[in-house]
Design a protein around this ligand. Structure first.
Ligand code: ADP
Length: 224
């Protein structure tokens, strides 16, 4: 293959989450082995071409995983969110066999804890994470003043968010992380234009930034 970054992944569990993982990995040109205990899900994965290979197996059986070659993979994704016992045993099986990167999907806080205990290298909790992203997108930073340049772009003065407290301007990486340019720092209605990047920001002050409204709304909001 001409692609040097082509990698191999094994996905265990072909529910909504596992299938989405397969589809995206395939779309990015990686090689995917998809497995499920349910023969119909395995057949569907092949029909939909969401994986290069698909196999029916019970992942709680270490011997079945070994036979399927799962332990040879560098990265295994355990996508069994709604079956706690199966998810834990499967994760334990692949970690015990020495698979270096095991990603597991959790569906509750205790599930997250258990997966970490049995050695999962990365635990994802999609329902929880999606809820946090939504809540953030519904709240906006505390805007003191704004100047609308056009319907899409503005200059805004906002209270320094908690997350920025005590950090230097350069540490914030406003340009690379948010696409915003910092124009000034203000304190008690006095503005310092073109502040030194080594200057620290504190909660009591404000910053003036220019950018698109979309980027401005991505700034962290005040929590208190
Ligand atoms: P989602 O929430 O992403 O839809 P589910 O947790 O409902 O995912 O689906 C998990 C998948 O894992 C199902 O397709 C199920 O058949 C499969 N599964 C459950 N137990 C095992 C097992 N022991 N071995 C392999 N696959 C399993």
């Amino acid at each position: 293959s001409l692609r040097k970054d082509n990698k191999q992944f094994a996905v265990i569990g072909l529910g909504r989450f596992g299938r989405a993982v397969c589809t995206t990995l395939r779309g990015l040109g990686h090689e995917v082995l998809a497995t499920d205990i349910d023969e119909a899900k395995v057949a569907q994965a092949l029909t939909d071409q969401i994986a290069n290979h698909a196999m029916q197996l019970d992942s709680t059986q270490s011997s079945a995983l070994k036979e399927a070659g799962i332990f040879e993979f560098d990265t295994v994704i355990v996508a069994i969110g709604n079956y706690l016992e199966e998810s834990i045993i499967t994760t334990l099986n692949v970690k015990e066999a020495g698979v270096p990167h095991v990603v597991a999907k959790a569906s509750s806080d205790i599930h997250v804890k258990l997966l970490k205990k049995v050695g999962a290298d990365l635990v994802v909790f999609p329902e929880n994470e999606a809820g946090c992203v939504l809540a953030r997108s519904l709240t906006k930073p505390a805007i003191l003043d704004r100047f609308d340049l056009d319907p899409e772009n503005s200059i805004v003065e906002i209270i320094v968010p908690d997350e920025f407290d005590g950090k230097t301007i350069s540490e914030l990486q406003l340009r690379s992380r948010y696409g915003l340019n910092l124009l000034a720092v203000s304190y008690n209605d006095k503005f310092e234009i073109n502040p030194n990047p080594n200057q620290r920001l504190y909660k009591g002050s404000a910053i003036v930034v220019i950018g698109t409204n979309k980027d401005i709304n991505r700034l962290p909001n005040l929590s208190s």
